[in-house]
Design a protein around this ligand. Structure first.
Ligand code: FES
Length: 569
């Protein structure tokens, strides 16, 4: 097949000279420009994205593989999003990073792409961008950190954050204790080692068929991560020759497989918003309801924090995702093709589970139905999301009095006021943390409980918002309420004292206020002032879609392909 890069390097005219000559200042021999597939190594390395701090080294290993297979590797940086560092929230920038990835791939002489990813948003953002160009593409997930260790205990990164307030209040942790715990939970290169969003995304790309088999769980510092990277470098060169593009792998069946796998591994709710956005880029008609229909009855097979006991390192030693895929063979589309040219069924035939306490079987799962539930009702006409596996059983059907916070700032100001009228049966309602309202839909849905209730021993309450929740968190938390409050969804109309009814079995979320009263409130509602009036944030507010559609920018849906019709002149 004709290489795309030939358009740049294959000409004997002035522009062919220009395209080759300047690159040759790097010392490439002239045969590099005569028919070698050019492999772009799209690197999300950054000192400011600690989870991806090892990806520069990993890129060198991918290059080794590309060279061995006769390709020409070129590494390039794209916007990297460090979950724990960026303000106000990385989600605001996911679409910006996707736009960057898309345009850089399309604008350059690239025939195939290797995405080096890790921290939460770096996987969906780069994949969304790559989908809009649709070249042969493989993902190398950066891998999780080693298990956190602190005072003889195994700690999960991310999950420990949500316990800091409780540890300081109840167990009287000192500042020194917290400092010691900090490095204990982050003791090697890699991303969060719970089944948080980064691990969920790694499992997602393996389930979609976009990694070499078994890639998702290999710890970042395990030598086998480098082996995987080198083999990926070899394979992408072959994929270019086979023209095995993303759109040939990312079929409707592949998306359904990802939904099934996410349920079985107990993956993050962020999976929904990212998979919807990826589907929108590659042209697959995926709906919010599909996550419930396809995934909610799937049993939980993986015993990982935040809802379980173990961490990604344990998951890898137990056999990793291939064991899960093999166990799920009767409910997967096993004929879905993957990047190595084989089907997902062929890739996952003979794997042994080395620890059934970490990976359970379909006949004896950890929980019967583990997937995400999609709620509907007058409080969320376009849907809301809850992860029943992470919720408290007694709260799965509940009526409670609303305690409303208009913004995050309002929440921080009042949540610990001693005279706040709240008890454990109340429902905490948090507004204006959606895509438009915050803007960028931060991971605040699992807000801390009031101090006075924590001291009483209360560990969970229903919390409802238009925001997201970290994949490392748990609780009875209703998220992604659509339409969000900032655009006039019913959430905007909730007042203190209103009764809210949640019934997860029936998939219902309702505000028990009469239609007449809601109409009066609606007529008196005015949209909050936008939080940004210029720059990217303004552009984002003007174009972002609701969470129920994946929160991509409307103008970025679909793709523009890989053909460039105009040159420098
Ligand atoms: Fe990067 Fe958790 S902070 S993966």
């Amino acid at each position: 097949m004709e290489l795309r890069s030939k358009e740049w390097f294959g000409k004997s005219d002035k522009m062919g000279f220009v395209h080759r000559s300047w690159l040759r200042n790097q010392g490439y021999p002239d045969d590099y420009f005569r028919g070698k597939p050019v492999i772009g190594i799209c690197n999300t390395w950054s000192d400011l994205t600690p989870c991806n701090g090892h990806l520069r080294d990993l890129a060198e290993v991918v290059k080794r593989g590309v060279l061995e297979a006769g390709g020409f590797p070129v590494e390039f940086p794209v916007t990297s999003l460090g979950e724990t560092i960026m303000k106000p929230t990385t989600m605001l920038f996911r679409n910006l990073a996707a736009m960057d990835t898309e345009e850089i791939i399309r604008a350059n002489p690239i025939d195939g792409v290797v995405l080096l990813t890790g921290c939460d948003k770096t996987t969906p953002s780069t994949l969304m961008g790559a989908c809009s160009v649709d070249l042969p593409t493989v993902v190398v997930p950066g891998g999780p950190m080693l298990n956190g260790r602190f005072r003889g205990e195994c700690l999960g990164s991310g999950s420990f954050n949500w316990m800091v307030k409780e540890k300081m209040l109840v167990e009287k942790y000192s500042d020194e204790d917290i400092l010691e715990a900090e490095i204990g939970v982050a003791r090697s290169a890699g991303h969060c080692m719970t089944m948080g969003t980064a691990s969920t995304m790694a499992c997602m790309v393996e389930a979609l068929g976009l990694t070499l088999p078994g890639a998702a769980a290999v710890p970042a510092v395990d030598a086998r991560k480098k082996v995987m990277a080198q083999l990926t470098g070899r394979r992408i060169v072959e994929m270019v020759k086979e023209d095995l593009k993303l759109s040939k792998i990312l079929t409707r069946q592949a998306f359904e497989n990802a939904i099934v796998v996410n349920a079985a591994v107990g993956g993050s709710t962020n999976f929904i918003i990212h998979l919807l956005a990826i589907a929108g880029r590659i042209g697959i008609d995926l709906k919010l309801e599909d996550f419930d229909t396809i995934g909610s009855h799937i049993p939980l097979l993986v015993n990982l924090k935040p809802s379980g006991k173990y961490l990604m390192e344990d998951f890898y030693y137990a056999g990793g995702l291939p064991v899960v895929l093999q166990e799920l063979k009767d409910v997967l589309h096993t004929n879905a093709i993957t990047v190595n040219g084989k089907t997902i069924g062929e890739n996952n035939l003979k794997h042994v589970c080395y620890n059934q306490d970490v990976i359970a079987t379909m006949s004896e799962p950890l929980q019967q139905s583990a997937g995400i539930a999609i709620l509907k009702g007058n409080l969320c006409e376009q849907g809301a999301v809850i992860k029943p596996a992470a919720a408290t059983k007694e709260l799965l059907k509940h009526r409670g009095r609303a305690v409303v916070f208009e913004t995050m700032e309002d929440y921080h100001l009042r949540i610990d006021e001693p005279d706040l009228d709240i008890d454990e049966n109340c429902v905490i309602v948090l507004k204006n943390v959606g895509p438009v309202g915050y803007p960028g839909m931060p991971e605040v849905g699992n807000v801390d409980l009031p101090e006075k209730l924590l001291r009483k021993g209360v560990r969970d309450m229903i919390r409802i918002s238009d925001g997201r929740m970290s994949g490392t968190a748990s609780g009875t938390v209703v998220l992604h309420v659509s339409p969000e409050s900032a655009v006039g969804g019913t959430l905007a109309l909730v007042k203190d004292g209103d009764i809210i009814e949640l019934d997860i079995d029936q998939r219902k979320l309702n505000l028990l206020v009469s239609e007449e009263e809601l109409a009066i409130r609606r007529s008196g509602w005015t949209a909050p002032e936008p939080m940004a009036t210029r720059g990217y944030a303004k552009f984002y507010i003007d174009h972002v879609q609701q969470a129920s559609l994946g929160a991509d920018l409307d103008i970025l849906q679909g793709g523009s392909g890989s053909i460039i019709t105009r040159d420098l002149h």
